[in-house]
Design a protein around this ligand. Structure first.
Ligand code: NAP
Ligand code: F7E
Length: 323
């Protein structure tokens, strides 16, 4: 019998890649989607999988819709990827971020506990929980110190997942994923903002690129590699928490260089530093230690930052070229 999975956030970057991975493995995939005034399924269409997913309407802020989805699907696995995921927006919408990214997790856990207790659960936790880092390299035992309403809300989501695992013996796992990017990344995140701008500048459609703090450093990986780690976590006999990262940190400045050099341009000729893109509190540097994921899940990142940025620039050159 083939397995079934419900993905919240299926229209997002990770949701799209995870849906593709699970469909390839023969899963029946349910997508929990919030009603929007315009179509948000461009990623699923780009991957050619929109018609293969059964959509269930609901919102993570609406517990009744979450319950209905769990009762309808009774899935073997739930991947809770839905979130207000843009850190900068979390200062403008701290309450929505708290309700969706924090309490929304409890809505899902509670629906599983009541209506489908055998369902395995994955929570999309984040390196943003480390924030003001308390160790040079962050792993599962590093203390948390979030620096944004997003990080704070996600920390609640993380601990409620641990708590339901310990309180109710649920198969609930949390993936502490460091930044991961792809051609399907939202345009507001810095890597995609850069690769889109590189394509536009190269094709004569944009003159400058406005950024904030380019000294920030991130541990960037490829989203396609990271969704495999999510799936592996739910195939283990025991639920647990895992850091998923590359173990390499790079500044925004160096990432910019890689992107512009790919089209033989110098980023310094186009960059404008704009105070609008600085944050009220910054996460200066993140660097993850994925040793536990390597040892227990057999997971390895397969894509270097240069390969990732090249893939993204090439995809954006194609998109912008077609406009
Ligand atoms: P994303 O592209 O922003 O996707 C977020 C998804 O959540 C979208 O499908 C969005 O739907 C959905 N969503 C937003 N609000 C919702 C609500 N109230 N109810 C139901 N669904 C809602 O994010 P991503 O990069 O794929 O990340 C996936 C998850 O991993 C998120 O929880 C994120 O916080 C977490 N995470 C991401 C990273 C990373 O580097 N990408 C790292 C660590 C953790 P619409 O399309 O309709 O808006
Ligand atoms: O910023 C700096 C910015 O928005 C990265 C989310 O997926 O990963 C992501 O959060 C860095 C920050 O990602 C601009 O200040 C400079 O230091 O691409 P980002 P993020 O905030 O790290 C974590 C793990 C998540 O969980 C989140 O959901 O780049 N930066 N100038 C800029 N960032 C943006 N967006 N735009 C700029 O113009």
């Amino acid at each position: 019998m083939s397995k079934s999975a419900l993905i919240t956030g299926v229209t997002g970057q990770d949701g799209a890649y995870l849906a593709q991975l699970l469909l390839d493995k023969g899963y029946k995939v349910y997508g929990f989607v919030a009603r929007r005034s315009s179509d948000t399924s461009w990623r699923l269409r780009e991957l050619g999988i929109q018609g293969d997913i059964e959509f269930l309407e609901g919102d993570l802020a609406d517990a009744s819709s979450v319950q209905r989805a769990i009762l309808t699907a009774k899935p073997d696995e739930v991947y809770n990827l839905g979130a207000q995921s843009f850190v900068a927006t979390s200062w403008n919408q701290p309450i929505t971020t708290g309700v969706v990214d924090g309490l929304g997790v409890t809505h899902v856990l509670e629906a599983i506990r009541q209506f489908s207790p055998e369902t395995r659960f994955y929570q999309a936790s984040t390196s943003e929980m480390f924030g003001l880092i308390q160790a040079e390299m962050q792993d599962e035992s590093t203390p948390f110190y979030p620096r944004s309403p997003y990080g704070v809300a996600k920390l609640y989501g993380h601990w409620i997942t641990v708590n339901y695992r310990e309180s109710f013996n649920m198969h609930a796992s949390s993936g502490i994923l460091f930044n991961h990017e792809s051609p399907l990344r939202g345009i507001e995140f810095v890597t995609r903002k850069v690769t889109d701008a590189v394509a536009r500048i190269k094709l004569g459609k944009q003159k400058e690129l406005r950024l904030g703090n380019i000294d920030a450093k991130r541990d960037w990986g490829f989203a396609g590699d990271y969704v495999e780690a999510m799936w592996l976590m739910l195939q283990q006999d025991q639920p647990d928490d895992f850091v998923v990262a590359t173990g390499v940190t790079t500044s925004v400045r160096d990432m910019l260089k890689i992107a512009f050099e790919h089209v033989e341009l110098n980023y310094e000729d186009f960059l404008v530093i704009d105070p609008e893109f600085f944050r009220p509190a910054e996460v200066d540097i993140l660097l993850g230690n994925p040793a536990k994921a390597r040892n227990k899940l057999g997971w390895e990142p397969k894509t270097s930052l240069k390969e990732l940025i090249t893939m993204m620039v090439e995809a954006d050159l194609k998109r912008v070229g077609k406009e």
